[in-house]
Design a protein around this ligand. Structure first.
Ligand code: FES
Length: 276
């Protein structure tokens, strides 16, 4: 094989896929970071009524509560509830910075994303039969052992699905003073589709598939039928894990962008059903 960075005897456009993936992941990472820092002044400035009244985390002007998935569950440093657990040294952080640790850890250690970013960002290797820049690929060793944390991030990601489902429910609960009503806005549907896509991605995870059935040597015996059913369902999702990974990531960012656009008055979150 020809040696050297990007050297290969392949004559097809092998670089298209890693380049496209690098662009896609790069845009998503930059967007999430930008939004994460956007509300970093929330705690400080909310005391002066600045970010506190002009926040971009949730659509509230329709008497609804459509919370961005990047800021859910809402952890406002210093506030009651989850925020009260935050040490004072971290009060400068925005709610999103606490939250993003879980999805970033889950996706960053995902088997599919590992393949994608090893190729796109590390060129190690960039594609099949393309030379690596740092010598031969010889497995995930030393620092890369942290990738084994994936199964633990998976537990958190599954719990996170319940949190996001609760947000969909909250987005149907319109409030004005003592008045309360059920309603559905475009934002509600955006959040619901987000949970659907994230469920397809999370429940098709290799670690989850192992947990629900792959761990067994045989499906006979107690609970075998249920395990087999779950395992087959996960296998079905797992076959298209790459697509679920890409589409769900896009939709998380789009859901946040939609809410950002609505909170800044560029778009209007149309109420389709009920509401106040
Ligand atoms: S392998 Fe991709 S989420 Fe677990």
């Amino acid at each position: 094989m020809t040696r050297g960075l990007g050297k290969t005897e392949r004559i097809d456009a092998w670089w298209k896929s890693p380049l496209a993936m690098a662009t896609y992941l790069g845009v998503m990472i930059i967007y999430a970071s930008w939004r994460g820092f956007m509300e970093a002044d929330f705690w400080f400035f909310s005391e002066f009524g600045l970010s506190g009244s002009g926040q971009t985390m949730a659509i509230e002007d329709k008497n609804s509560h459509v919370l961005s998935p990047l800021f859910s569950p809402l952890i406002i440093p210093g506030e009651d509830g989850l925020g009260s657990l935050v040490p004072k040294a971290f009060y400068w952080m925005s709610p999103a910075m606490f939250i993003l640790i879980i999805p970033a850890g889950f996706r960053g250690t995902c088997y599919y994303y590992r393949k994608a970013y090893y190729r796109s960002f590390l060129a190690n290797p960039a594609a099949c039969v393309v030379s690596t820049p740092f010598g031969d690929y010889n497995g995930e060793r030393r620092l890369f052992l942290f990738q084994n944390l994936h199964r633990y991030f998976m537990y958190l990601a599954v719990a996170y699905l319940f949190v996001l489902s609760y947000d969909v429910w909250m987005a149907t609960q319109f409030h004005k003073g003592s008045e309360h009503s059920f309603g559905v806005s475009v934002g509600t549907l955006v959040l619901a589709l987000n949970v659907f896509l994230l469920s397809g991605y999370t429940l098709g995870c290799h670690s989850f598939r192992h947990l629900v059935g792959g761990i067994r040597n045989k499906f006979a015996g107690t609970g075998g039928k249920a395990a087999e059913t779950c395992w087959k369902a996960c296998t079905g999702l797992n076959r298209h894990h790459n697509k679920w990974a890409i589409y769900s990531l896009f939709w998380v960012m789009f859901a946040d962008f939609y809410i950002y656009m609505c909170t800044t008055g560029v778009w209007n979150d149309v109420v389709l059903l009920g509401g106040l």
